[in-house]
Design a protein around this ligand. Structure first.
Ligand code: ZN
Length: 412
């Protein structure tokens, strides 16, 4: 099959005016300029469109899609105090399984063909295996939870339960350093290393988390102090960056979600360790954090990719709307091209999928999205207008076709 479009934006190489992509058996076999000749006469002409790699959302919790719009924007601890009782209501598994399904299809409709998805009770993979979206299904360890996985043994069992296939890869996530003790974080990351699978963890999300890790009771806030006084948590009384280094020493670097708070010394430690940061701009705003250190991280050489977090703290699961928001609110000096890489090739690398998806080049899977807009600078058009795709393919199979419109970050 050959797709032709007014613009092909491979991301890994410069945009091609009047370009084509050749696909065979679900893989990209050629990309080039149609003016220089198509490999065959039978091309699907997408006309005035921009053809891009399918977008990658490296940090989300699809199961929370069922709580979208139910919690008003608030500081993180107020938000989580409202989320916990919502989740605990009867029929959680059925409700959140439906959330996974809705979130996955919403993602595809937004041009996202690959997600790094976290599920508290490991229910996501059973739903996602039947949906044509590429996914890393991270099994989550939360030591203070009522339901498994609550320890390294239960996490290993959950991980081993996940049945991988061509589109589904298992991953590991110790939830956060305030819900998982250091030795269990290390045990979790060790499973990822043994099984050669990616790991991710929420890190430096709030000031209270950092105060708790240092043993600063005055700064740790009501909820964490309550968990300590109930005997469910104990502060490791360590400088957070030293704690992280100790937990992952000897293992491959990981994907750290948020890193909303980082000193220059923290940033240098992240760079030296080789970790990647995933920043979720609209969720960051939702929780009212001070400006994110994105540009300081990038300047120091820490890769930063962009995700949405869950629909329970965001308007939708559009990574293009995240980029549009960053530009419109002037939250970064990164160029449109660099921003587009943060939701394609760089995000794929962060999930361990650089050899599979995230760019248009021969040898990668034909995960593609076509956006029915044009302009002289297609990358800027995508980032600034956050259009909806007209067509989406995953591993060469068309999973969406026909609609037009805009997914503006102000609504929808
Ligand atoms: Zn998260």
């Amino acid at each position: 099959m050959i797709l032709r479009a007014a613009w092909v934006v491979p991301v890994s190489s410069p945009p091609i005016r009047d370009g084509f992509v050749e696909i065979a058996d679900g893989w990209i076999t050629a990309v080039g300029s149609a003016a220089e000749g198509l490999p065959s006469d039978e091309a699907l002409d997408l006309g005035e469109s921009i053809l891009t790699p399918g977008l990658v959302n490296p940090h989300t919790h699809l199961e929370l899609t069922c709580y979208a719009g139910q919690i008003a924007a608030a500081p993180f601890w107020d938000w989580i105090a409202q989320l916990i009782p919502l989740r605990a209501a009867p029929r959680q598994v059925q409700r959140e399984s439906a959330g996974v399904r809705d979130g996955a299809w919403q993602s595809l409709r937004l041009g996202v063909t690959c997600v790094g998805d976290i599920s508290r009770r490991n229910l996501h993979w059973r739903v996602l295996r039947d949906i044509p979206i590429r996914k890393i299904c991270f099994a989550e360890l939360l030591s203070i939870a009522d339901d498994p996985p609550r320890n390294v043994e239960e996490l290993r069992a959950a991980f081993d339960e996940i049945r991988e296939d061509a589109l589904l890869t298992a991953g590991i996530t110790p939830h956060a350093p305030y819900t998982v003790p250091p030795e269990q974080i290390r045990g979790a990351v060790q499973i990822a290393a043994q099984r050669k699978r990616p790991w991710t963890m929420h890190w430096a999300e709030t000031r209270e988390e950092q105060a708790f890790l240092r043993g600063d009771q005055a700064g740790a806030g009501r909820i964490l102090n309550q968990l300590v006084s109930n005997g469910r948590l104990a502060s490791p009384r360590r400088e957070p960056r030293e704690l992280l280094a100790e937990c992952v020493r000897g293992f491959a670097p990981g994907l750290l979600a948020h890193v909303n708070y980082a000193s220059d010394a923290d940033i240098a430690a992240l760079r030296d360790a080789g970790h990647t940061v995933v920043y979720c701009p609209r969720a960051h705003r939702y929780f009212g954090h001070p400006p994110h250190p994105m540009d300081r991280l990038v300047q120091a050489g820490v890769p930063v990719v962009i995700g949405t977090d869950s629909a329970a703290s965001n308007e939708n699961l559009s990574v293009l709307a995240e980029l549009q928001f960053l530009r419109r609110e002037r939250l970064t000096d990164q160029s449109p091209a660099a921003l587009l890489r943060s939701v394609t090739v760089d995000a794929a690398r962060a999930l361990g999928l650089a050899a599979v998806t995230g760019a248009i080049k021969p040898g990668l899977a034909a995960d593609l999205a076509a956006f029915p807009v044009v302009g002289d600078d297609p990358t800027a058009v995508l980032v600034e207008s956050a259009p909806l795709p007209s067509h989406v393919w995953v591993a060469g199979k068309q999973v969406l076709g026909g609609q037009t419109g805009s997914c503006d970050s102000r609504g929808g």
